[in-house]
Unconditional design. Structure first.
Length: 237
């Protein structure tokens, strides 16, 4: 039995894991899939003060109040920024870090610093069009979401707090103490993937386990069984 904490990506929420939750439950895993402040069903909490640090605190709060240890901590997309910050604070409670087509920051970097520059400019322009405090969600087609899920993803997506994209993460390097690091890259996008460079960085690193899946960016919707299998293997001693 594994203890799994899931951190969703930008514009997303706990609904992102709907395909994986039954798989975890059937296998008897303990899992938590919190929604970060200002997103999804917590969109009413959005405001100018919501940033990356807020979302790191969200996940730390779940871990602390639930008294979780031996955690397999997974972040999708923007969630890679969050889980890196979390693991840097409490490396001793994390057994494995799983980056699911996710940003892999270094100290002093924001998501906008390590995104494809054209995407950053697009997101800033779109934020300006709605007041400058949040970035509206791109259409599901931007992420090559499968046809069965695309309409629902568009319906559920909420604007993402701009501060979470612009705040630079502060790391001590303690996150590198986590025993297992895993990267899973979805390779099928209609444009250059911002995640391909992170996969390329770690694929030959003996400290990492790296996988590719022939699907779009929402890997947890396209390949839930494969992702669940990777998580279960990550949780084994």
């Amino acid at each position: 039995m594994a203890t799994i904490v899931l951190c969703h990506g930008a514009w997303s929420a706990a609904w992102a894991w709907r395909r994986m939750r039954p798989l975890f439950a059937d296998a008897g895993h303990v899992f938590h899939a919190p929604t970060c402040t200002g997103l999804g069903e917590r969109a009413h909490l959005a405001g100018p003060d919501v940033d990356l640090e807020t979302h790191i605190a969200d996940i730390l709060g779940v871990i602390e109040t639930e008294e979780l240890t031996g955690i397999t901590l997974l972040g999708h997309s923007y969630g890679g920024m969050v889980i890196t910050g979390v693991a840097d604070r409490i490396p001793g409670r994390i057994a494995a870090l799983v980056y699911l087509d996710a940003f892999l920051p270094q100290d002093g970097q924001s998501l906008f610093d390590i995104n494809v520059p054209a995407n950053t400019q697009r997101f800033l322009a779109n934020a300006g069009a709605i007041g400058g405090l949040a970035v509206p969600a791109p259409p599901a087609a931007f992420f090559n979401v499968n046809a069965a899920d695309a309409a629902r993803v568009d319906e559920l997506a909420t604007p993402h707090p701009l501060g979470a994209f612009t705040e630079k993460i502060r790391l001590t390097g303690a996150h590198e103490q986590v025993a297992r690091h895993i990267y899973v890259h979805g390779t099928v996008l209609p444009r250059a993937s911002p995640f391909a460079p992170f996969y390329a960085r770690v694929r030959d690193d003996p400290a990492w386990e790296a996988h590719t899946l022939a699907c779009g960016h929402h890997v947890m919707l396209d390949e839930p069984e494969r992702v669940t299998d990777i998580l279960e293997r990550a949780a084994r001693p």
